[in-house]
Structures are given as C-alpha cells and as structure tokens.
Design a protein around this ligand. Structure first.
Ligand SMILES: [Zn+2]
Length: 380
C-alpha cells in the first residue's frame, strides 16, 4: 500500500513521513480510528514506506524496489500481520492469524486496504463468533522477533483491531512492546481504544486517524457511483460521516433494513403498554439476525439518536438526521428526544449491546430494550 493509495488524510500522512524521515518514528504506535477512516491503509503504507529501499523522502515509497513489490502483495517476509480470528469449519481449533494469512492477504487486497471487521468475519465464516487475537498469536510474534529479519533491515508487526487482543495475549506482549527488539516496529490499529489494556496503551504512541473530510468523501462516493445527483451525494456524505466503508454498506439493502427497523422499534416502543404481542412478533424475527448484524444495528441506532439530539439543539447538519424515514416520522420523532431522556435512552441501547457481547438470549434482550425505550420516550 502506498501513501498515494490512502484516501485523504494528507496531514496525517505528512506527519508520519516526517517522523520516519527524521528517524523519529516510535517503535510502537497505535492508529486510533475506524477501519473506514483508513487505519489499516495508513498502517500498511507506513510499513511499506519504512521498508522501501529507495523511498522518496516526504513523498512515498518507490513502488519499484524488491521490498515494495512484495509489499504490494503483502507477502514481504518481514511484514507480519496479526488480526482477530475465530474457529471456523476449516480451522476448528487453535485458531491464530498465521493459519488465515492467505485469506487475509486476499481479503485486504479485495477491499483495497479498506476492509471492515464484519466483512472479515463473513469472509472466514465465523458464524456469529466474535474474533480474538489470542495467546498463540502473541507467542508467534515473540518467536518471530527472536529470528533475524529476512530481507529488510526492519521487522514490522501490524496488529489490526488490536483491541481484540485478549488479556493473556496482551500481557505476553507488554514486555516486548516496552523493550522492543532492535529494528522492530509495532503498528497497531483500533476502533475501540477504550478496550485496549491501559498497560499496552501507556507503552504505545497513539495517533488519531480522523474521519475523512467531505472533499475526499465526495470524490470517493462519485467514484463508487457516478450516476448520483449532487443532492444524493451530499446526503450520502452526511450519512457516511467520513467512513469510507459506509459508502458501500449504505448502498445495500442492509441499510434500508436498518432504517425500517429503527422506525419499527420506535413505533412499537411508543405504544409499549398495549403492544406486547406486536413487540414479541417483531423480536421473534429480529432476533434471528446474526449477532454482528444486531450489534451493527444498535451502533446505527446510537448514531441516529445522537444526530437527532444535535439537530434538536440547533447544530447544523448536512441534512435532516432522519432524511430516509418517511415524512411523518421525520417530523414527529425528534420531538420525543429531549434532555430528560437522551442519556437514559443511550444507556438502554448500550446495555442491549453489552448483553449481545455476553451472549444474552436475543429475544429477551430486545423485548426488554423496546420496553425500556418506550418507558423513556414517554418521559420526554
Ligand atoms: Zn520501494
């Protein structure tokens, strides 16, 4: 991956290049931002630039040397990729990154350096299990570090979605991140910095990867679908919130379903006292979706509620927060979100998310969530 292939992020790219050119690049760094902001793309471009034998300082890796050629296929022997895995039909025990490396390389290239964790789980057939970076990955990292590098002066460990590291793995890595082997770089990415152990956080330098700016999103959306009108592009820019991966997600039926479910859940919640049967019917269907889909939907729910709250407080948004949801709902629903219930509503949804993580019974979880939501909406 070249810096020129990383979308937007000009300031960030400049900063990284100047750190590397000035020999000030930290041995352990954490890129903090959503996958769709380009955290992995930035991590891979950084690694390629570090490793390139003929880099053009301040500009980019050469894209011609042996190192760059191997990096373009992610097969450089001194680039080590670590990422969350689960057991699957093929790997039914002792899952670890190295057993999925061929799939991962193809997967990252298929998405041009902008993959999402949800897509990865689908790709490997995780069947609803949450991925983890486990102690076998940590052991592999440690044993790799004790070997000499093969071709490059540097060994580079890229750890994608490092917050998926379990405690055992993190504890094993602490020491080598603190006192690294010579000529070794750790490049971590995360979408949930708060879920990384503080002991790891204190040993890495965190660099924020911000959402993509509107200009970059405009170009990316146009490239994705050249038939869109200016207004459609602008709505999409607003809905994507600087997240490149959302451009394709938003397009799909999945997005339409999220909108429909948002409306339906709120409609049911508003009459929760007399609609137990309807809620139960809805929940029966909804609870059959995968856990990842449910979590994704609740993320969407939170983002939408937050937008409505900002909108109600006079914050200028590029378009109405409920743009896609029928006129009546669009006009009425925002009135139900007030200072009396915004915080409790967020808590209700977060609790439901938490319950999914803890494998709670989906039907009970969502039934309960809708009742509690109804109770809060009533208190507006
Ligand atoms: Zn090169």
């Amino acid at each position: 991956m070249l810096f020129s292939q990383v979308k937007g992020q000009e300031q960030l790219k400049q900063k990284i290049k100047s750190l590397i050119d000035g020999n000030r690049f930290p041995h352990a760094i954490l890129f903090d931002g959503k996958d769709g902001y380009g955290t992995l793309a930035v991590a891979l471009a950084t690694a390629q630039y570090l490793s390139c034998t003929d880099r053009q300082e301040g500009i980019d890796a050469c894209n011609k040397c042996m190192s760059c050629k191997k990096y373009s296929k992610l097969i450089h022997p001194d680039l080590h990729l670590i990422f969350p895995t689960t057991t699957t039909k093929r790997i039914d025990k002792n899952n670890e990154s190295s057993l999925f490396i061929a799939e991962f390389r193809d997967f990252v290239q298929k998405y041009n350096g902008y993959p999402s964790l949800e897509d990865w789980y689908i790709e490997i057939g995780s069947e609803n299990k949450q991925g983890v970076i486990n102690v076998r990955d940590a052991d592999k990292i440690i044993s790799t570090l004790t070997l000499k590098s093969y071709e490059s002066p540097y060994k580079i460990m890229v750890i994608w979605n490092a917050d998926k590291m379990n405690t055992e793995a993190a504890n094993k890595l602490l020491k080598i991140i603190e006192e690294p082997y010579e000529k070794t770089f750790f490049i971590l990415t995360t979408q949930h910095k708060d879920m990384i152990l503080p002991t790891i956080l204190s040993r890495v330098q965190t660099i924020i990867v911000p959402p993509l700016d509107n200009e970059t999103m405009y170009a990316a959306i146009k490239e994705y679908d050249s038939n869109l009108s200016e207004q459609e592009i602008n709505i999409k820019i607003a809905l994507c919130e600087g997240d490149y991966n959302r451009i394709r997600q938003i397009d799909s039926d999945v997005e339409a379903e999220k909108v429909a479910n948002f409306v339906e859940i709120n409609r049911l919640a508003m009459m929760y006292k007399k609609s137990a049967k309807d809620i139960s019917d809805f929940v029966d269907v909804f609870s059959k979706t995968t856990r990842n889909q449910q979590k994704d939907f609740l993320d969407y729910f939170l983002v939408t509620i937050e937008k409505i709250w900002r909108y109600n407080n006079g914050v200028q948004l590029p378009c109405h927060p409920l743009e896609q949801m029928g006129d009546k709902f669009k006009t009425n629903y925002p009135k139900f979100i007030t200072k009396n219930n915004i915080e409790p509503i967020v808590k209700v949804i977060e609790q439901a998310q938490n319950n999914i993580d803890h494998n709670a019974n989906a039907k009970i979880n969502f039934f309960d969530m809708i009742l509690k939501l109804g109770y809060q909406l009533e208190k507006r």
